[in-house]
Design a protein around this ligand. Structure first.
Ligand code: ARE
Length: 590
């Protein structure tokens, strides 16, 4: 036993409430080190030999160095004191806050177990503190729309110099193609047929640029896109088709032409808005060293979200679009650079307007500090994006590392955060998936298959489904290709089939997930997804060689390939599969 590898932290993602009566307890050990790991627990106000219980833990995640054990416990009085018990061969070690004790339950060394002092503690499960993301997110398939580039439904709104909407149009930093909200309304049937259930809009409030991240008026749709009445109609018509709508909150910074900032530019230190921003030097001039900005972008002055007026203004914006217009959630731009206190108040405001609204932070890294239940429901899961791309698309890591990177994310958050995660493969900030795959459609499909059969809500970037490509911003922001003879119809029906598969089987959305093959040096991965209705085994070969894998520990049953109806019967819980390069199989239990 390597005791130095053992890790646990009370009241963290290692010990949290999953719902009003259930606690999840986790512990880390060295990989393949233990025969058995358990939690020994009891109520701290009634803690003695007869009342102490032992709950065995299971490995729920592994990476290249560690195993992570988990157990679900429902303590009768919603509180408990606990220690861990590690067993290997004839050695037993207990661990609580006072340290490790070598012994058996019957000798003096573990006398500590009969007293609650020194135990780890979960003092009380207060329902209001339970992190509860909206249920609907688990079932959602998101579709990201960059409004200037999706569809032009009202040519009368085109800004001056609007360029022609053609399949080979070239987006630049500052050109316009005339996309608008009426265009999206006109294409709702297309989205419904594709099967997506929530649109994620990049900003459509009044702003100067084509991407609209430099807001002028947060309470007004940009006139180039329509007006607030069009937005309301869009939300209503989307809802009528079972499609939700999430908007982009750019609260870290405003745009250069935001009237309060213009006032500071004009009136300097005398401006009544001077404290709305973080000004370093007067007289104020357009220079990112003169005031705090997003990055070093002078057009994006950072807002002072600690200021009561700024806070009141932005919280009213948050309320208005949810309550009055009916939006179903907010994606928060540059979420990690805004203060935590602001986000706590933001959550209270938004959830008061609609308890079911989804709050999604744009953070590209491990984000536990925002996922305790008092701020966001989820973050954009770029660490998972990168693992999927590195394995399936770039062939840079083997299956063992792929599993390790995904499982490292699973242990980073409480389970409800993983269930509501926002899993994207590309966005308006990255090259498109097909371009990352250097045009290799088969690799793109492997990545999409994984994304759409993994836990967390998948998001498709507009146009990927019809084979659009494009490099880094602005290349990834071409106008949507609508001419059918320029669309990849085969890819479109692949996406449609996958989305419908996910939507038809709960097991693929919030069923259990486990890797059943992820060998070091291998390019093949296989995993199981299951609930009490159905069970799937999915395997994919991301390599350039044919590989044979033997899957074990699958219990009883017969599986059918969804592609060609081939039947696979389990023999002693085992299944052998041979996969040619870039082949994937989806097997469903009969
Ligand atoms: C434009 C040009 C850029 C140019 C820049 C500066 O396109 O090529 O470098 O101007 O002049 C919006 C527009 C962009 C625009 C930008 C600035 O969409 O087109 O860029 O404004 O005007 C980090 C942040 C993350 C941020 C990304 C872009 O953490 O919040 O950088 N993403 C949001 C939006 C963007 C938006 C803004 C923020 C600003 O999604 O679309 O840009 O409102 C690592 C880091 C991450 C980093 C990531 C990407 O992983 O860890 O922190 O994200 O790389 O760089």
């Amino acid at each position: 036993m390597l005791l130095e590898a053992i890790y646990h932290q009370p009241k963290s993602q290692y010990a949290y409430a999953y719902d009003h009566e259930t606690l999840h307890i986790r512990v880390r050990t060295k990989k393949d080190d233990m025969d058995r790991v358990s939690v020994v627990w009891g109520d701290k106000y009634d803690f003695h030999e007869e009342t102490i219980r032992t709950s065995e833990m299971n490995v729920f995640a592994r990476d290249t160095m560690f195993d992570y054990y988990e157990v679900e416990i429902k303590p009768p009085f919603r509180r408990f004191a606990y220690a861990f018990k590690f067993e290997k061969g004839d050695r037993t070690v207990f661990w609580n806050e006072t340290g490790f004790k070598e012994d058996s339950l019957h000798s003096g060394g573990v006398g500590m177990l009969w007293s609650p002092s020194g135990m780890f503690e979960f003092p009380f499960l207060n329902t209001i503190d339970v992190f509860t993301p909206p249920e609907w997110v688990k079932d959602a398939v998101f579709y990201q729309i960059f409004p200037e580039r999706f569809a032009n439904g009202d040519a009368s709104l085109n800004p001056p110099g609007t360029e022609a909407w053609t399949p080979d149009a070239v987006p630049t930093r500052d050109n316009f193609f005339g996309g608008d909200l009426q265009g999206v309304i006109d294409k709702l049937d297309y989205l419904e047929e594709l099967g997506v259930t929530c649109i994620y809009f990049t900003p459509f409030f009044e702003a100067f640029s084509n991407h609209k991240y430099d807001t002028i008026d947060y309470l007004k749709v940009d006139p180039q896109f329509g007006d607030n009445e069009t937005a309301k109609r869009l939300v209503d018509e989307a809802h009528a088709r079972g499609i939700r709508v999430m908007l982009d909150a750019v609260f870290n910074h405003s745009g250069y032409y935001f009237p309060p900032f213009q006032d500071v530019l004009k009136n300097g230190e005398k401006s009544r808005f001077r404290d709305w921003f973080h000004i370093r030097d007067y007289p104020l001039a357009e220079d990112p060293l003169n005031y705090d900005t997003f990055g070093f972008v002078a057009q994006m002055p950072k807002l002072n979200t600690e200021h009561p007026e700024v806070k009141a203004y932005l919280l009213e914006v948050a309320r208005y679009w949810i309550e009055d217009i009916g939006a179903d959630g907010w994606r928060l731009d540059v979420a990690n650079e805004v203060d935590h206190r602001f986000w706590r108040e933001f959550r209270d405001t938004v959830k008061k307007a609609n308890p079911d609204a989804y709050i999604l932070g744009e953070i590209w890294h491990n984000s536990l500090a925002w996922l305790g239940g008092d701020q966001f429901d989820a973050v954009m899961n770029y660490p998972v994006t990168n693992a999927i791309l590195d394995f399936f698309v770039k062939e840079e890591i083997d299956a063992a590392h792929f599993m390790g990177r995904l499982d490292a994310m699973l242990i980073s958050y409480p389970r409800q955060a993983n269930e509501a995660a926002f899993n994207l493969l590309d966005s308006h900030d990255t090259p498109r998936l097909l371009s990352i795959a250097e045009g290799d459609k088969e690799r793109m499909k492997l990545a999409a298959l994984f994304q759409l059969t993994y836990m967390g809500a998948p998001c498709i970037y507009y146009g990927d489904e019809v084979g659009m490509d494009g490099g880094a911003d602005p290349g990834c922001r071409r106008p949507m290709v609508w001419e059918e003879d320029h669309q990849d119809q085969e890819l479109l029906s692949f996406y449609q089939t996958l989305i419908s598969l996910r939507r038809s089987h709960r097991a693929l959305r919030d069923g259990s997930f486990r890797f059943i093959s992820a060998e070091s040096g291998s390019s093949v991965t296989a995993y199981e997804r299951a609930d009490d209705m159905s069970r799937f085994v999915i395997a994919a070969n991301a390599g350039t060689k044919q590989e044979k894998i033997e899957l074990s520990d699958l219990g009883q049953g017969t599986f059918r390939s969804l592609e060609d109806d081939t039947l696979y019967e389990l023999k002693n819980g085992k299944l052998t599969l041979t996969l040619v390069p870039l082949q994937a199989v989806v097997l469903k239990e009969q």
